[in-house]
Design a protein around this ligand. Structure first.
Ligand SMILES: C[S@@+](CC[C@H](N)C(=O)[O-])C[C@H]1O[C@@H](n2cnc3c(N)ncnc32)[C@H](O)[C@@H]1O
Length: 364
């Protein structure tokens, strides 16, 4: 029996779940070419050496955790190469990957991605509408993070819901600068009033990414899941997901968050704007008795007429071909759309064959 990839993943116990462990090791259990979308928010290697204080002497809750520490750039690069390499293996040819980072790591990540053969599609600048100030006043206020969006390779045909995103953006093409506040308020997960994770990402950011670059039922992977922002948004939007996180505290918080998260109903998740119109060939009109062999097609001004043959082609002054080819010959053009050129007589009036095609489409 051939099992589909979703069944295999379920069998391994990782689908629609958060798995506790090292992402490079866990990813090794995931089959090749099985993931539709990856969102990775890896350690940034911030290299913070001293505690940082605000002018009122309160300590800034920065990222000082062990998981963000690497001995050297080389160590960080080796780690980055390994996890990005696994991601590439398991990403479908039609899939894409997002990696978020700051000036501390994103240039290194970008170079490694290109070395591995990923094809960079965009870099998105997430502009934080409420950034933390630069307390020391020694540098510009660092008010953004960068996201690299890449396909598996240069030839990949990937999912991008362009029309949906344009409609989302009040009918203006969605740009690469996104204004979104950092995660705060009710959304920020806390224990005894303390944030449990220093870098919990806002759901709004993931909502935009998942809406733009995946479809319902796709499988989304987050190899550095933290509190599970990606997984919670994936669940809401009717996607399957896999999260990997090595810290028990965060994995527990993520599990609790997922238990409280509900999915939207199917009818709220359709993507009608992205549906490609179904193609109907001229021959189908004959197969379905909308046009009979032996009838004539006419140009709109009735100056030209061509005979419909039983095999779905036209005959015109000893020339044979498709509705497109014969119309192009008549117009002396290299190509032409026959659907808008040809008409047929019905009740002594000419009607466009394109209208017949639309009628048939509705029935199919
Ligand atoms: C930048 S945070 C991700 C935060 C997450 N996006 C959120 O919204 O909560 C990176 C996470 O990766 C985890 N991590 C670091 N190295 C890891 C590894 N080798 N395998 C799995 N998780 C790892 C850390 O514990 C941390 O929670």
């Amino acid at each position: 029996m051939i099992e589909d990839q979703k069944t295999i993943l379920k069998f391994e116990g990782v689908l629609d779940n958060i798995v506790l462990g090292d992402s490079i090791e866990i990813m090794k259990q995931i089959p090749d070419n099985s993931i539709d979308l990856i969102f990775a928010d890896p350690p940034y290697n911030l290299q913070l050496e001293n505690d940082l204080y605000r002018p009122n002497e309160t300590k800034v809750n920065g990222v000082s955790e062990e998981w963000d520490k690497f001995k050297s750039f080389k160590d960080y690069d080796d780690f980055t190469f390994k996890w990005l390499n696994e991601c590439k293996r398991i990403l479908k040819k039609t899939g894409t990957i997002w990696v978020i980072g700051s000036y501390h790591n994103i240039f290194r990540v970008g170079k490694i991605m290109q070395d591995l053969g990923y094809w960079i599609l965009n870099d998105i600048i997430w502009i934080k509408t409420n950034p933390m100030p630069n307390f020391k006043g020694t540098r510009f206020n660092n008010a953004h993070e960068t996201l690299i969006w890449a396909s598996k390779d240069k030839e990949s045909k990937y999912t991008f819901n362009y029309k949906t995103m344009k409609a989302y953006n009040d009918d203006l093409q969605m740009r690469s600068d996104w204004y979104i506040p950092i995660c705060q308020g009710e959304e920020r997960i806390k224990i005894n009033g303390q944030k449990i994770h220093p870098t919990q990402k806002p759901e709004a950011l993931l909502n935009r990414i998942i809406t733009a670059t995946s479809k319902p039922d796709d499988i989304i992977l987050d190899p550095f899941a933290g509190t599970g922002t990606t997984l919670a948004v994936a669940k809401k939007l009717g996607r399957s997901f896999i999260g990997i996180e090595k810290e028990q505290l965060y994995a527990n918080a993520c599990k609790e968050r997922l238990n409280k998260t509900e999915s939207y109903s199917q009818k709220l998740l359709d993507y009608p704007l992205e549906m490609k119109p179904r193609r109907i060939p001229f021959g189908s009109l004959i197969e379905n008795d909308y046009i009979k062999a032996g009838e004539y097609l006419y140009s709109e001004n009735k100056k030209y007429k061509a005979l419909v043959l039983a095999n779905g082609t036209l005959s015109y002054e000893n020339q044979y071909g498709s509705i497109h080819k014969i119309s192009a010959t008549i117009l002396n053009k290299p190509a032409n759309n026959g659907w808008t050129f040809w008409y047929i007589k019905r009740d002594n009036e000419l009607i466009s064959i394109d209208n017949l095609r639309k009628k048939l489409l509705k029935k199919m």
